[in-house]
Design a binder for this molecule. Structure first.
Ligand code: SAM
Length: 461
């Protein structure tokens, strides 16, 4: 055992059986996915017992060469993280306002979106710019229309005091749960870093706490095992604020460890006990306080312009949602968002760095209107808007590699591509070939041997 691992083992001895944990960390990880119920049906695979749409896979297929992976039909997510469903689902009986504060790459966001009822709003934030772009890609592909993505520091949300019913803080941590996935994580681990992380976690909680509505719920999670970054952070926070730590009901056969320390409850996933990676979740409930109220006057932000009703008739046929407003950003891209989120979009765009909001619709060049690639992934995309061409696996991979395509027997102009009945994008057929507008930053970068393409057989497409 190397020095870091030895110090780690000592630090964890009071929490769980350190030897059994370290032994489990030497074994292969289990692959799991969570399907998008708007795109895929039930799978005949072993279920993740605490998550409706979660499944374990026997092997890890080459997801990069599966068109459905690139279309938001499922999300590759380790099983323990899916446990947040047990907290969010019981609250999702009415439209909710949710903030996922540390959201990239989007695992917990996509799960929360699948649980929220119509009329809800989810703001997904990521402080690191490049990661906010990946988050945005994953959320556009997941296709839920009620989502806004921002790229901000937690304290920038101070203007939304009392606004959110749920805040998810999946905090940056020392990553002890990553030891199995990434051997560098062991080398980078140190007791000093654990202390640093716990200080940062407490600061994040303090920064965002004012934004939680009275009686609101904050989910605090990490993928680390020590107490300093889990129970100790939560215990200190609830002792200094009008907050309590709540229990989550468990089923015995899940083998999830409930711990309590100084009034802080935590739900621990240890790989030697539970079928998943290292994870810890605590639920913090806020006491009384003041609700958010919108400022008397909200003015239109400078980063986009709202389209007047007379200019929207050309965009409305692209989507099936009617209670929306359309707005155009500085890159001539048109987006649609539910009318009931208009005021909050103004506020967020005024105070935050907006990455995207709602449904990507079209790009406008003079009097030319091109569908945006992301439109095809939206659950509100109107599949009657463009002629459909069903394509095979090889053509779909060419599309996601942004290569020009030859689509035979198709009409000229914009056509939508479907793979296994799922819309995956648009190309402009000019006769001898079709132009491919798939965004460069989303493309498959690996070299592909088209003579040996593996195919994943998902059920109930
Ligand atoms: N919730 C994500 C998911 O399920 O896919 C994983 C989030 S990851 C554990 C933590 C995130 O916090 C990272 O994306 C990281 O960039 C971000 N982060 C790092 N420092 C931060 C800070 N000071 N405040 C807020 N977020 C931070």
């Amino acid at each position: 055992m190397n020095d870091s691992l030895h110090t780690f083992a000592q630090s964890i001895a009071s929490v769980t059986d350190a030897d059994a944990l370290i032994e489990a960390l030497q074994t292969e990880r289990q692959t799991s996915v969570r399907i998008n119920p708007k795109k895929l049906g039930k799978q005949y695979l072993p279920s993740v017992p605490w998550c409706t749409n979660g499944y374990y896979l026997e092997d890890r297929p080459l997801f990069t060469l599966d068109p459905l992976f690139h279309s938001g039909a499922y999300y590759v997510q380790e099983a323990s993280s899916m446990f947040i469903e047990q907290v969010i689902a019981p609250l999702a009986t009415k439209p909710l306002r949710v903030l996922d504060l540390c959201a990239a790459p989007g695992g917990k966001t996509t799960l929360a979106l699948s649980l929220l009822p119509e009329g809800s709003l989810l703001v997904a934030n990521e402080v690191i710019r490049s990661r906010a772009q990946i988050l945005s890609e994953n959320l556009i592909k997941w296709g839920n229309p009620d989502c806004i993505v921002t790229n901000n520091d937690p304290k920038d949300f101070d203007f939304l005091r009392g606004f959110f019913d749920i805040i998810i803080v999946d905090a940056p941590c020392s990553g002890e749960g990553m030891f199995r996935k990434d051997s560098n994580a062991i080398e980078e681990w140190s007791p000093e870093n654990v202390d640093l992380c716990s200080k940062r976690q407490l600061r994040i909680l303090y920064d965002i706490w004012p934004c939680l509505a009275p009686n609101g719920t904050l989910l605090y999670s990490t993928c680390t095992f020590n107490e300093k970054e889990n129970e100790d952070v939560v215990a200190r926070f609830i002792s200094e604020n009008d907050a309590t730590s709540e229990r989550v009901s468990l089923q015995k056969e899940w083998n999830i460890t409930e711990r309590e320390k100084d009034g802080a409850y935590s739900y621990r996933f240890f790989p030697h006990l539970t079928k998943g990676e290292g994870f810890s979740l605590s639920v913090i409930r806020k006491g009384e306080g003041s609700d958010y109220s919108f400022p008397k006057k909200t003015s239109q932000p400078k980063s986009f312009s709202i389209l007047s009703n007379k200019n929207t008739s050309q965009f409305q046929p692209f989507i099936t949602k009617e209670d929306v407003f359309f707005f155009e950003d500085k890159q001539n891209k048109v987006w649609a968002l539910a009318n009931n989120h208009q005021k909050i979009l103004y506020e967020i765009a005024t105070h935050c760095t907006l990455v995207h909001a709602g449904i990507p619709v079209a790009e406008v060049f003079g009097n030319k209107i091109n569908p945006l690639p992301g439109l095809a992934f939206s659950s509100k995309y109107n599949t009657n808007a463009f002629p459909i061409v069903a394509i095979d696996l090889e053509t779909a991979i060419h599309y996601f590699k942004k290569e020009p395509l030859i689509i035979e027997n198709a009409p000229k102009g914009w056509i939508q591509l479907q793979y296994n009945n799922i819309p995956i994008g648009f190309v402009k057929n000019i006769g001898n070939r079709a132009n491919n507008p798939y965004p460069s930053e989303w493309t498959i970068k690996m070299n592909v041997d088209y003579s040996r393409l593996p195919k994943i057989d998902w059920h109930n497409l």
